[in-house]
Design a protein around this ligand. Structure first.
Ligand SMILES: *Cc1c(COP(=O)(O)O)cnc(C)c1O
Length: 432
């Protein structure tokens, strides 16, 4: 292992506002549509499903949005997160590139998801909501919502994709420890779930199905709202705290990234680290490249089509203009369950169409190989999702070595993999 160069901000330097990139985009994203009328969705139409303030953020064009003090206080339990010079990884790759990573794995639940779970629970609580529903793929978002809801006295039902429910048993124990109720989806708890099971009792579920179940329960339960851990504008907004901190920390390090890399599921950690830097491309003529690492098994940005599509399998959500593989797409059961979502979201899809961000598919084996190199050189076992970002970083660092370029790469370590050891075991046994 290496000697650390770690850049930490004092607690007082935690960002006081989130950055909303919609204010600076050359082309505004296309509107969400009401699936019945195909007319642009009005904020009021979303308020039965999401807390009012979150809906306001979803439609906001204000450049900066204040982070409530109570949210700041909770974020300070683990923020600001460190920026680390990956000198061990640089040495292992023998690259002239200078590599940095933002370490979001240090949150109590082990991923960046808590950055949005805290404000989402907060806005629901101050509105007087009592019950929350959500879905989770790998269990990261469900874990984050479980502790956030417990803090604000909200009761939580989580629909967890059945395949992950069985493959990642300790995640459901984490959620239950924090006080949530966890259902393997498709479940018998909702009408949609019962229908799916009637047709296919062995169904292993998908994020789209779990969303349909969570949405159904939210609309049928009094004082209940639904929450989503990625894709939507307000979630991306909350995650910009990552990049806003990283900007200050890169300054402390005396460097500026040439490339910003993150893995891509629904786009929240990618947007979180990218958008604050992307604003300087848009406004100040910087030429940073923003590179999303997608799983080859679910390459929505690289191989999807740009179209209006549903966010869930049953077609209960608004129509979202996005790069999509189709809302009924069922990706292979890869171990990075958090990356198995079918679409890319409104803002990210517009940025991709405008050539402002790039995407690259990464095979699962290449990802785990990079994850093991990182674990051995930096000492942190990355989440299977995050290994995709590391694999793309390794690719770029090796290219830099070939051409002798001294470029600066910044990637986001979205989470650790200590609850994903069965996936690592399969990789190490050669049985992936
Ligand atoms: C959920 C998750 C992802 C993927 O979601 P995004 O919204 O694309 O960030 C990536 N890494 C980890 C650790 C996750 O928990």
């Amino acid at each position: 292992m290496k000697t650390t160069k770690k850049y930490t901000l004092p607690e007082s330097e935690i960002p006081k506002q989130w950055y909303n990139i919609v204010a600076d985009m050359p082309n505004a994203p296309k509107p969400l549509l009401n699936p019945g009328t195909r007319q642009p969705l009005k904020p009021e139409e979303m308020e039965g499903l999401f807390a009012k303030e979150l809906v306001a953020q979803e439609f906001s064009r204000e450049r900066f949005i204040d982070i409530p003090e109570e949210v700041q206080t909770l974020l300070k339990i683990y923020r600001p997160s460190p920026l680390v010079r990956a000198s061990g990884l640089e040495k292992a790759l023998d690259t002239p590139a200078r590599i940095y990573f933002k370490n979001e794995s240090i949150s109590p639940v082990g991923s960046h998801k808590l950055n949005s779970a805290i404000p989402q629970a907060y806005y629901n609580a101050i509105q007087g909501i009592k019950h929350i529903t959500t879905e989770t793929g790998a269990g990261q978002w469900g874990s984050a919502m479980s502790i956030a809801c417990k803090h604000f006295g909200l009761d939580l039902n989580v629909f967890m994709v059945k395949n992950s429910y069985n493959a990642k048993p300790y995640r459901k124990v984490v959620m239950r420890t924090y006080g949530a109720q966890v259902h393997a989806s498709p479940s018998n708890v909702t009408e949609y779930g019962r229908n799916v099971l009637a047709n296919d009792p062995e169904c292993q579920g998908s994020l789209g199905m779990a969303i349909s179940e969570a949405v159904e329960m939210a609309v049928k339960t009094p004082d209940c709202r639904y929450t989503l851990g990625s894709v939507l504008n307000h979630v991306l907004l909350h995650q910009t705290i990552i990049g806003l901190e990283a900007e200050k920390q890169m300054e402390m390090a005396g460097d500026y990234p040439d490339k910003v890399i993150a893995c891509f599921g629904g786009g929240s950690n990618f947007s979180g680290i990218s958008f604050p830097f992307l604003r300087h491309n848009l406004k100040d003529g910087k030429k940073v490249r923003f590179m999303a690492a997608e799983p080859a098994a679910c390459p929505k940005l690289s191989k999807g089509r740009l179209d209006y599509d549903f966010g869930d399998s049953a077609g209960m959500t608004p129509l979202i203009p996005m790069y999509t593989l189709g809302h009924d797409f069922q990706p292979d059961q890869i171990h990075a369950a958090g990356l198995r979502y079918h679409g890319g979201g409104q803002i990210v899809s517009q940025l991709k169409q405008d050539g402002l961000i790039e995407s690259y598919p990464v095979e699962q084996i290449e990802a785990f190989k990079a994850g093991v190199i990182f674990a051995q050189s930096e000492g942190i076992i990355p989440a299977p999702e995050s290994t995709h970002a590391i694999a793309l970083t390794v690719r770029e660092a090796l290219k830099a070595k070939e051409s002798g370029r001294k470029e600066v790469i910044l990637f986001n370590l979205s989470g650790h993999g200590l609850l994903d050891m069965s996936a690592y075991e399969m990789y190490l046994n050669g049985s992936l």
